[in-house]
Structures are given as C-alpha cells and as structure tokens.
Design a protein around this ligand. Structure first.
Ligand SMILES: [Zn+2]
Length: 196
C-alpha cells in the first residue's frame, strides 16, 4: 500500500468503532468515489480543531470564550444541571421545563476504560458549582450503571462542600440514555427531581 494511503488508514482508525478493515474501506471509498468529500472532510476537521474549544464555564463546545447559554441573561443562575454530553443538554433544552445553566462533563466515570474523575473535569465542576450563586445542582447523567456511578460520585463530592444536589426522577427507564428518551419523560423526570 502507498505510504499516504497507509497514513490515511491509520488516521481513520482513530474514529470510535473503526477497525482496520473499515478504515481501509473508507480510505478507498474517499479516494475512488468522493475526492470532493474527502477534501471537504479535511477542511472541516482542520477548521473545527482550530476553532472549537471548551466553554470556560460549562465545559461544552464553543468557538467563543463563554458559550451562548452561559451568557444568556434570561437563565436562572441558581440552577446548574450536570449532563454527560452536549446531546443530552439538547434533549433537556427540548423539554422547555428547565431554565437554569449547565455543566457538560464530556463523558462519564468508567474505571474499566480508565476514565477517572480528572477526565470528566470534576475540578472544574466543583469550582463552577461553588461560585456562591448556584444553590442547586441537578444531576442528569444517564441511567446506565456508569451514569449512576458518576451521579453518586459527584453527589458525594458536592454535598461534602455543603451544596444542595438533586437527581432526575426515575421516569427515565433503567439503563436509559437521555439521548434516546422522549422529551415528555425527561420533562417529568426534571420536574419530579429529588434531592440526593
Ligand atoms: Zn457555557
């Protein structure tokens, strides 16, 4: 195989769930059938890597120092909802029942995969929740084993600092990922949240 082709295949293998065979298939496809798409992909990647950073306050992806949600004057700054991903945040936004702010972990605790407290920015969360304005932290991690373990860990950490912590109610099915739960169910789980 050509050096460049090998280099491309290696790069594609960095995508989650992509093994050597599918990486090779993708590389062949791009070079054989979609050179314009390949060029677009490379430009988009370059631009995103250069421009997208983490919000200084909530940790989500943004191209500015602080994201639009965090600087929104209409938001209730006493409420801070902790979610695993920007997709989960979007799901909660769609319910139109929550008007507070967010903190996006960009992951969950997963000891088996070597993902510890440091990897999900818990120090940043602690600093954010201790700003003196936040009065309740709502844990909206997924109802999977890892999401529950993450919620428990964060709850203990924040309660040790005297913060009030609540958890989405059990409307969301066990093992449920927010991303795949309907907005009505999440809305009810938010309204019925209970302190931990
Ligand atoms: Zn933000």
């Amino acid at each position: 195989m050509s050096k460049s082709l090998e280099f491309l295949t290696e790069a594609l293998r960095r995508l989650p769930g992509v093994g050597p065979k599918s990486a090779q298939r993708m590389a062949f496809h791009l070079l054989q059938h979609d050179r314009e798409g390949a060029a677009q992909l490379s430009r988009a990647l370059y631009q995103a890597v250069d421009a997208v950073h983490h919000c200084a306050l909530c940790n989500t992806f943004t191209e500015t120092e602080t994201c639009d949600t965090c600087i929104d004057e209409e938001r209730d700054r006493r409420l801070l909802c902790v979610v695993e991903t920007p997709a989960d945040q979007m799901m909660i936004e769609q319910t139109l029942t929550y008007k507070g702010l967010y903190f996006v972990l960009m992951g969950r605790l997963s000891p088996l995969d070597g993902i510890g407290p440091k990897d999900i920015h818990l120090e940043k969360l602690l600093a954010r929740a201790s700003d003196g304005v936040v009065s309740e932290v709502v844990l909206a991690t997924n109802f999977t084993n890892e999401g529950e373990a993450t919620a428990h860990y964060i709850s203990e950490m924040l309660k040790a600092r005297g913060l009030q912590v609540s958890r989405l109610a059990r409307g969301v099915p066990v093992g449920g990922e927010l991303e795949y739960v309907d907005a009505g169910t999440i809305a009810r789980a938010m309204l019925d949240r209970r302190s931990t």
